[in-house]
Design a protein around this ligand. Structure first.
Ligand code: SF4
Length: 385
């Protein structure tokens, strides 16, 4: 099947080789951080510990935050800084409302699509400063939140900003030079290591740019290649960072997107429950039905999450046994989802969809997506990742 933007199994029958490649590259990324980002992350860790600003997390998470800052700054700072006036707060609130009010979500999305193109994505960009000022970081974080695409990242960058505020101009210069140099290395190295899985991204953006004008998913569907690579490495780093906490949970659940179903319309007989949809087994060959059968034999439940915004339904209730989830989504949304679940105190593991293909965002004809079941099993059970 021809990849829309990415495929984890280009010309192959499965994506096993991808998981080896991304794991190896993530090891290289981590070793490359040792003299560049790791000292900054360690200092930040001590800062958070000294001022008791949060429950301390694994160091991989802080590394991922720094890599994300570098990549997103490179990708969007020029655009965000060109926006002088915009209804930032209204747009950020609308991104929240669309999660809470499913019934009016299509109307909110319609309005957000117009406002985003009208205010957040001007035709011309500013030159991206390699070394940002704190004011510029504030402005870009406001823009990140308003897009609704980078809300979790914005929350984290704002905390980093508090740390950066304690630094002298000379120290800030060193920090941002290290981030900039690392990002440059990451862009070049990730193309070599993972580029074969993202060969169609540029072509897709160039051929479909006009189609996404005025649409709410414009940013999500026109992500740059470096962002795909960031999210691939990010998913691997998250799996490492959240592994112990996930294995300690009493109940395991698998969350899959609606686009994996054989039927996505009313022919799908899945039943609505509080946390999403449960497959009713109407189609023996449906990939979700087969995962459901695997779950019945191995003691885990499978939930269909039709919209990424439904993750908020997973906020744990008091007096409930702790639940861990293995979630799947396409490359552009998985890391944001993992961070959102972390904020709800739900330890997650992730497995990427082998390719994207849903009708709503990617292809007019749409096709059922799939994931690597071997990799899913490794993540669910107590096996080394
Ligand atoms: S088998 Fe389950 S998920 Fe697949 S179409 Fe039928 S009800 Fe929906």
């Amino acid at each position: 099947m021809e990849a829309v933007t990415y495929s984890l199994k280009p010309g192959q029958s499965n994506s096993n080789a991808y998981y080896n490649d991304v794991h190896t590259f993530t090891d290289i990324v981590l070793s490359h951080t040792q003299d560049s980002l790791m000292p900054i992350a360690n200092e930040y860790y001590d800062f958070l510990n000294t001022y008791k600003l949060e429950e301390l997390r694994e160091i991989e998470e802080y590394i991922l935050e720094l890599i994300s800052f570098g990549v997103l700054w490179r990708s969007y700072a020029g655009t965000a800084l060109a926006v002088k006036h915009a209804p930032f707060i209204t747009l950020a609130r609308m991104a929240e409302w669309r999660k809470k009010h499913q019934r009016i979500k299509p109307y909110i999305d319609f309005a957000r699509g117009i406002l985003m193109t009208g205010f957040l994505l001007p035709d011309s960009k500013n030159k991206r400063p390699d070394i940002p000022t704190l004011r510029q970081i504030d402005h870009v974080c406001k823009w990140f939140e308003a897009t609704g695409e980078f809300r979790e990242q914005a929350y984290r960058f704002i905390r980093w900003r508090g740390f950066w505020e304690t630094k002298s101009p000379g120290e800030l210069l060193k920090i941002f030079t290290a981030i900039e140099d690392f990002t440059q290395w990451f862009e070049e190295s990730s193309i070599e290591a993972l580029g074969k899985y993202t060969q169609n991204v540029d072509n897709f953006i160039n051929s479909n740019y006009k189609r996404y004008l005025w649409r709410e998913d414009r940013i999500s569907c026109t992500r740059k290649r470096i962002e795909y690579h960031l999210n691939m490495v990010g998913a691997d780093l998250m799996n490492r960072a959240f592994r112990t906490e996930y294995l300690d949970t009493e109940i395991k659940n698998v969350l899959v997107p609606g686009c994996m179903r054989t039927h996505v319309d009313k022919k799908c007989k899945a039943k609505k429950v509080k946390e999403g949809l449960i497959c009713d087994g109407c189609e023996p060959q449906c990939r979700i039905n087969r995962l459901g059968e695997m779950g019945r034999k191995n003691n885990f439940d499978v939930y269909i999450i039709p919209h990424a915004s439904d993750l908020s339904l997973w906020t744990p209730k008091t007096n409930q046994p702790k639940r861990g989830v293995v979630a799947s989504a396409c490359v552009t949304t998985l890391v944001e989802g993992g961070w959102e679940l972390k904020r709800y105190d739900v330890p997650a593991q992730c497995v990427l969809l082998d390719y994207s293909g849903c009708k709503k965002h990617w292809r007019k004809d749409g096709f059922a997506t799939e994931l690597n079941v071997l990799e899913l099993k490794k993540k669910i059970f107590d096996e080394k990742v």
